[in-house]
Write a protein that binds this ligand. Structure first.
Ligand SMILES: NC(=O)c1ccc[n+]([C@@H]2O[C@H](COP(=O)([O-])OP(=O)(O)OC[C@H]3O[C@@H](n4cnc5c(N)ncnc54)[C@H](O)[C@@H]3O)[C@@H](O)[C@H]2O)c1
Ligand SMILES: [Zn+2]
Length: 693
């Protein structure tokens, strides 16, 4: 199982309903006492797991809900707070293991804000001060101490006062942490040890039998390993990102020490603080490490110290928490819809849950193998994960919550649409309907043709396509263009105006061009990128592609043998050829559009961009209009100037094109590799020189 099954989660079912319901019910003092004791014990148990082995049987948001409920009850009944209450102190395991060390200054938690008002109130309290906003990395904090330049020790936060020594482990699992710094005296660096998402994925790919639940528990678990050398050799490597440093008690800059620093910006007031908080939230999904919030703190170290602290939190800082990306809910039912190329994937309905900033009711279960391995059952309490634009999925179930009424999820043996026998394919044991005449597949293909990435027929929704297909008006893609307003008017809720609008939208969509047409054809194995590359490779008309051999197609950059064969086989199918011919007859554009042709580098004017490999990061604004310029637009502009855009900085990068709000870690990496960092003003000048703006 890809998660820890450490002990029953007594209170889990209460958490989701509590969160959704908001205010907990009023209780009698006896009932309040019982609930307080129950909650306190559960929070302590979860703390032991979380700060011990790094396990989190519950999603953080559900843990937070339990702790919030405890805090509300204790506020109402202060006399009932148990002596070993987990409130008002740094979250910690009840016992530290191994050799320990007393911190020079306590390592604290942070006060939390979930709304903008709380951040504004914080800024208000310190009006006139400068603030510093940084990413709140989701790992575990470490204190790294150097004495006269040599690494002396590394300790965990522990209980805040005393930490566990992990010096030797860190030498192996964080090889990038310098053993020496160029600074005399006692230098202490505090920061977060994180497992990057790429390391985490790579580790889980190579250890499918014992995968790590998430990068955070991966990081915590790595520092628990008895044999750190073997852990490092097995791919359990961490990164250390510093958020503060001092020398003999006086704050110093992390940068000068050669240690990676957390991305941060200095802000003068609440408005710019909120802007920075949102900017961090916006780039959250693009980062290679998990962050769970943004930290706002007083920029001036003296002011920060003067603000003091409570028993658990500094008063001069506050953490803004982004919406949770993982929450518990109930798995209600599983459906197996038939996709456009015949895949029959499992999709689940769950009780509505607020996660990743939206209310989710439908989630993917990926494939039958994962259902079996994760032992997901209908009726289970499941953790739903939604991260950015990723399709929400049920990551794991909480088997401790079962009452015996749960049902095993059995993949279908026959197609739910055409009843033909399904084939089991690939490592995921996916079910496929191979019947080319399958009605569900045909309808899905039509929906895909009309979708935004392909013909983009505005207002021609899936429901309409289904109706028209059921009535036999729509069988193949070319049928769209033969639909008349008169045919539509007969339908319920379809007046003459709407019918005319729909026909007009279909007419307008005819100019889609070769790239979008290739996407719309839903050729198995050919992604949107393949469609783009074929156009860039010089294929002008769909007929040119129909005449190409697999060897011709394989000659195109990044198109492999399997994809090439799939394209050739698809375009050779008689019904596909007939449909393409009919599309031509209706005047649908199946030729390459100018926007999809390769840029004429030779024609671009001279600028340092010509022939260069660049990485684009940050936010861009047009210097003349002050309008925001989207990342794809910036990419298009630099490509028109003859540059090639890459996704991450490496030794072969020529320039890092840095817009606003760029993290220090990005520029630090570029500088380390000797890659020139080019700011926005210079970029716009270059683009002007190249004649593209
Ligand atoms: N799921 C569970 O069972 C479970 C159990 C316990 C705790 N938790 C989770 O742990 C969190 C509570 O934790 P906490 O007290 O350990 O941490 P916190 O949320 O109070 O944050 C404080 C920590 O943030 C870290 N940090 C990261 N980036 C930083 C930056 N730029 N500046 C300053 N500090 C930065 C530091 O390590 C610091 O110790 C909550 O999110 C809670 O949900 C979950
Ligand atoms: Zn079928």
């Amino acid at each position: 199982m890809p998660f820890s099954a450490s002990g029953r989660s007594l209170l889990a079912p209460a958490a989701p309903s509590f969160r959704i319901g908001g205010v907990p019910p009023k209780r009698s003092p006896e009932a309040a006492r019982a609930r307080i004791d129950e909650l306190a014990a559960e929070v302590r148990r979860l703390n032991d797991l979380y700060y011990g082995a790094g396990d989190s049987p519950l999603p953080d948001a559900d843990y937070d809900a339990l702790k919030d409920e405890l805090a509300v009850l204790v506020a109402e009944h202060p006399a009932l707070e148990p002596a070993d209450s987990p409130l008002g102190r740094v979250n910690a395991p009840s016992q530290l293991t191994g050799p320990t060390i007393r911190h020079a200054r306590p390592m604290l938690s942070l006060a939390k804000a979930t709304g903008e008002e709380q951040i504004r109130a914080f800024c208000e309290r310190f009006a006139g001060q400068a603030f510093r906003v940084s990413e709140k990395l989701d790992g575990l904090s470490l204190s790294v101490v150097y004495r006269d330049g040599e690494l002396e020790h590394v300790a965990t936060r522990g209980n805040g006062e005393v930490g566990e020594l992990v010096t030797d482990k860190v030498r192996h699992v964080i090889p990038e942490l310098p053993a020496r710094v160029d600074a005399p005296g006692r230098v202490e660096v505090r920061g977060e040890a994180v497992m990057t998402r790429s390391t985490w994925t790579a580790y889980n790919d190579t250890h499918p039998e014992r995968p790590l639940t998430n990068p955070r528990s991966g990081a915590a678990g790595t520092l628990m390993q008895k044999d750190p050398e073997a852990a490092a050799a097995g791919g359990r490597l961490l990164r250390f990102v510093a958020f503060g440093a001092d020398r003999d008690g006086a704050a110093i800059d992390v940068q000068g020490l050669g240690i990676e620093a957390a991305a941060q910006v200095v802000c003068a007031d609440a408005d710019s603080v909120m802007k920075a908080v949102h900017a961090i939230g916006a780039r959250r999904d693009g980062l290679d490490y998990d962050i769970d919030g943004a930290v706002v703190r007083l920029h001036d170290p003296a002011a920060f110290d003067a603000a003091g602290s409570t028993s658990a939190e500094p008063r001069g800082a506050i953490a803004f928490k982004y919406p949770p990306e993982e929450r518990l809910t109930k798995l209600l039912a599983v459906e197996w819809p038939v996709g456009k190329i015949g895949r029959v994937p499992p999709r689940a309905r769950v009780a509505p849950v607020f996660v990743g900033g939206v209310t989710v009711e439908n989630v993917t279960l990926h494939n039958p193998r994962l259902i079996r391995e994760r032992d997901l059952r209908i009726g289970d309490t499941v953790a739903v994960v939604r991260r950015g634009d990723v399709i929400p999925f049920a990551g794991r179930s909480i088997p401790e919550d079962r009452d015996g009424s749960e049902q095993v999820i059995a993949p279908p043996e026959r197609c739910p649409s055409c009843d033909s026998e399904l084939e089991v394919r690939g490592a995921g044991e996916e079910r496929w309907c191979l019947n080319l005449q399958c009605p569900a597949q045909a309808t899905r293909r039509l929906m895909h043709w009309a979708s935004r990435a392909a013909a983009d027929m505005e207002g021609v929704g899936d429901v309409w396509i289904e109706k028209l297909a059921d009535d036999g008006l729509l069988r193949r893609r070319s049928d769209f263009y033969a639909i008349t307003a008169q045919q539509l008017v007969g339908y319920e809720r379809m007046g003459e105006v709407s019918a005319a609008n729909m026909v007009a939208a279909i007419e307008r969509s005819k100019g889609l061009g070769l790239r979008r047409a290739l996407i719309g054809l839903a050729i198995p194995m050919a992604s949107e990128g393949v469609a783009k590359r074929l156009c860039l490779a010089g294929y002008e008309r769909i007929e040119d592609l129909m005449a190409a051999t697999a060897a011709d197609l394989e000659a195109v950059r990044d198109i492999g043998a399997k994809v090439a064969e799939s394209i050739v086989a698809f375009l050779a199918r008689p019904e596909v050829r007939a449909d393409i011919e009919a599309l031509r007859t209706h005047g649908v554009v199946l030729d390459v559009l100018d926007e999809d042709r390769p840029v004429d580098v030779a024609a671009a004017g001279d600028s340092p961009l010509k022939g260069a490999t660049v990485v684009i990061t940050g936010a861009f604004t047009d210097p003349r209009s002050g309008a925001k310029v989207s990342r794809p637009e910036v990419t298009r502009l630099v490509e028109s100037a003859g540059a090639t855009a890459a996704s991450s900085v490496s030794a072969s990068t020529d320039h890092l094109l840095a817009g606003a709000d760029v993290g220090a870690s990005k520029t630090a990496k570029a500088e380390k590799l000797g890659v020139e960092v080019v700011d926005q003003a210079r970029l716009w000048a270059w683009l002007a020189d190249a004649g593209v703006t």
